[in-house]
Design a protein around this ligand. Structure first.
Ligand SMILES: Nc1nc(=O)c2c([nH]1)NC[C@@H]1CN(c3ccc(C(=O)N[C@@H](CCC(=O)O)C(=O)O)cc3)C=[N+]21
Length: 285
């Protein structure tokens, strides 16, 4: 068997088409959806991601306001900018690009973002709401993974789902979404004793480890659905996931490629969250 490739690029384009329609409806009501992007320092990868977000936003009529700060920015300076963006009625969403330089207290800054503008879904309020099954802004990568799983056509109810990775921005919210979809969820991480045995049982594997081809293709249960969140940059510039793709593809029923899988979905879901915020301002939801 060779797995179906879950085309994140195509799925993201479709979602962005829907978001664009909703952007138009906001604009007709006099509300131009606006995302403020805050980038501290000059990390080249972050610059690429931010440019990509702003480009996609512009394509569908969302205004992207760019705030670039020097690598020496202090926590207090960043808090002052966040406060100004919170108070700005024209700003619907605020994204503080991670990672921040070490002198910036990321926890304090995430806590300072108005939860109603927290389009990343990183604020404790939004994470707590997700836990309660009353989500407002759902973190973009897990949201995108759920859309790709829906495309895979797998019935999640009763299925065994394995999330590998327990980060606050991917693993934990991903596990919550799968629980709400009635899957039987296991969260594996660096201290898991026998990862191969866990993977072998899973009908759905979501790999968010951050280690190149860490999940071996031969571990995958035949017919399983594999979602690869990993983005590992090789010295030659190529991007490789957390799953050994070719071997996994031979066993899975569906699998996301890297690039062109989860990454584009993350950006589309971010802009989906921005339009959600704008719809509230426009009285449309
Ligand atoms: N506050 C915050 N929110 C984020 O959402 C956030 C962040 N900080 N910090 C960094 C990570 C990373 N991230 C990516 C999103 C899309 C692609 C993406 O579109 N990747 C393309 C390939 C791009 C390439 O080739 O480099 C793909 O997978 O096909 C990559 C990375 C969002 N992040």
């Amino acid at each position: 068997m060779s797995a179906r490739r879950l085309d994140g690029k195509a799925r993201a384009a479709r979602l962005l088409g829907e978001v664009e329609q909703r952007v138009r409806a906001c604009i007709e009501r006099g509300v131009r959806p606006c995302l403020a992007v805050v980038l501290v320092g000059d990390d080249p990868a972050s610059q690429v991601y931010v440019r990509s977000k702003e480009k996609r936003a512009a394509e569908i009529g969302i205004e992207a306001r760019d705030h670039r700060l020097p690598a020496t920015t202090t926590t207090d300076e960043l808090l002052a900018l966040v406060a100004a963006l919170n108070a700005d009625r024209a700003v619907d969403g605020i994204l503080v690009q991670m990672p921040l330089p070490p002198q910036c207290d990321a926890q304090r800054i995430l806590l300072a973002v108005d939860p109603a503008k927290d389009v990343d879904g990183f604020h404790p309020d939004n994470l707590g709401r997700l836990m309660l099954g009353q989500p407002r802004f759902v973190a973009c990568t897990p949201q995108g993974c759920m859309l790709l799983l829906a495309d895979a056509g797998i019935a999640l109810a009763g299925a065994r789902a394995l999330v590998i990775g327990r980060s606050t921005i991917v693993g934990k919210p991903m596990a919550q979404l799968l629980v709400h979809a009635d899957a039987t969820v296991t969260v594996a991480h660096s201290r898991t004793r026998d990862l191969a045995a866990e993977v072998a049982q899973a009908d759905v594997v979501v790999a968010a480890i951050g280690r190149l081809e860490f999940v071996r293709g031969e571990w995958i249960k035949p017919g399983a659905v594999v979602i690869d969140v990993g983005m590992n940059r090789l010295a030659d510039g190529r991007l490789v996931g957390d799953v050994e793709f070719a071997a996994a593809e031979a066993r899975a029923s569906a699998i996301t490629p890297v690039p062109g899988g989860v990454g584009p979905m993350t950006i589309a879901c971010l802009l989906n969250n921005v339009v959600l915020a704008a719809e509230r301002r426009a009285g449309l939801s």
